[in-house]
Ligand binder design. Sequence first.
Ligand code: CU
Length: 190
Amino acid sequence: MSTAALPGEPDSHAIAIAAERRWAWVVIAIMALLVVMMIFTGLHWSAMPPSRVETVDVKTLHLKGEFVESNLGTSVGADGKVTVRLIAQQYSFQPQCIVVPAGVPVTFRGTSTDTIHGFVVGTTNANTMVIPGFVATFTTTFPKSGEHLMPCHEYCGTGHEAMWARVQVLPRDEFVALARRSPRISCVAR
Ligand SMILES: [Cu+2]
């Protein structure tokens, strides 16, 4: 059977090739759009890719080292740097409420005791996965004071949807006054 067109009939083979080519361009355009969207959102939301690998021993997490309960929460170092240490576990964050100053860089350091969790702070760019055995860390600045919800955003089990904490962003002066009073800063009633 020949695919050549009879006189007066359209060339079906040529039409098929043209349709294929058109569809190929549509697919290329969709892929290009997706890449542009990834680049735009990554830059626009200041997404922070993981910078390096830092490990921690899950088995001794609660016994010694940085992530013992008494060391969790917000602290101000001798150099004035603000660090938040937290633990994610089925199905809560420790601490449940985190205090940070507005307009000052804050470094988060977190890890998990059991399974993969994650968190995002409100609509800010503070967003990371929290994986057992690894320390997730990033530095961000909260531009204005207010309160954010901080839900777990990696499905971690049946209690996942109830797993969240709060982040209280205090005006800088208020935060400094609290930090002077106590080395561990906890949420204030508002
Ligand atoms: Cu979780």
